[in-house]
Design a protein around this ligand. Structure first.
Ligand code: GLP
Length: 240
């Protein structure tokens, strides 16, 4: 069962979602958290950083797993998700970088996928999983056509995803966007104890509209969240 929370402005949504995570960390300092990247997630991290500066919430024992990473992109490359996370969040709080995991994104695709899944199972289930939403309804990099049983795997990105990411991060130059990524699967994501999805703006409305029909359909991977019993979707009026 999913609860959709509609906000007049996204700042309040970010604050409520961030507060939910902060409370979890206060109760369980070694919480295990699944994290997302993207322009939407950036606002969430900003709230966590502001809280850290004010209240010194302690991240020293927190363990994080990122959802996905472009394939064959070095972590020092500013387009990598590791770089994004370091810049937006990890380097601004007292998290131990050794406790921040990403899937290995070069070499043997099957082995890297299996190893990440194993590592997740050793530490998980996640106490909190953050998700953004693709314009085509993807979650992490589980593009339309993904199935509910998939674990971590390597994917070819769909053209709508490449176009969206080009617009936000690559000055509209699609040729610069990596075409492959390694991502947690839907089944990996659904194991989390709590899922928080953030979706703002009119670009996300189509996927949210489908979600609201309560149908579960692989063409809209976000709809698999209907099978989770503790998931909240934070949206603004534009996405509603
Ligand atoms: C990428 C990430 C997704 C994220 C999406 C949303 O595709 N792999 O995990 O949900 O971006 O991006 P944005 O928040 O920029 O719209």
């Amino acid at each position: 069962m999913t609860n959709i929370k509609v906000y007049k402005n996204k700042k309040q949504a970010y604050q409520d979602a961030a507060q939910k995570l902060i409370e979890i960390i206060k109760k369980k300092p070694n919480a295990v958290i699944g994290l997302a990247t993207g322009s939407t997630s950036a606002g969430f991290y900003q709230c966590l950083v502001e809280d850290y500066q004010k209240n010194k919430t302690d991240y020293s024992k927190v363990i994080t797993f990122n959802l996905d990473e472009y394939y064959d992109v070095d972590e020092k490359n500013p387009i990598s998700y590791r770089y994004f996370m370091n810049e937006q969040f990890f380097c601004k709080v007292n998290i131990d970088l050794k406790n921040t995991y990403f899937p290995k994104n070069n070499g043997d695709k099957k082995l890297n996928s299996e190893n990440y899944e194993k590592l997740i199972n050793q530490h998980g289930p996640f106490d909190f999983q953050l998700l953004g939403l693709g314009v085509n309804g993807h979650i992490a990099f589980n593009e339309p056509g993904s199935t509910i049983n998939q674990k971590t795997h390597v994917v070819n990105l769909k053209k709508e995803t490449i176009a969206h990411n080009a617009k936000i991060y690559f000055d509209n130059k699609e040729e610069l966007v990596p075409k492959k990524a390694i991502t947690m699967g839907i089944s990996t994501i659904l194991k989390a104890k709590y899922i928080c999805l953030l979706a703002f703006g009119k670009e996300k409305k189509l996927a949210i509209d489908f979600y609201k029909t309560n149908q579960i359909d692989a063409n809209w991977p976000v709809s698999f969240l209907h099978t989770h019993n503790n998931c909240e979707i934070y949206i603004d009026e534009l996405a509603n």
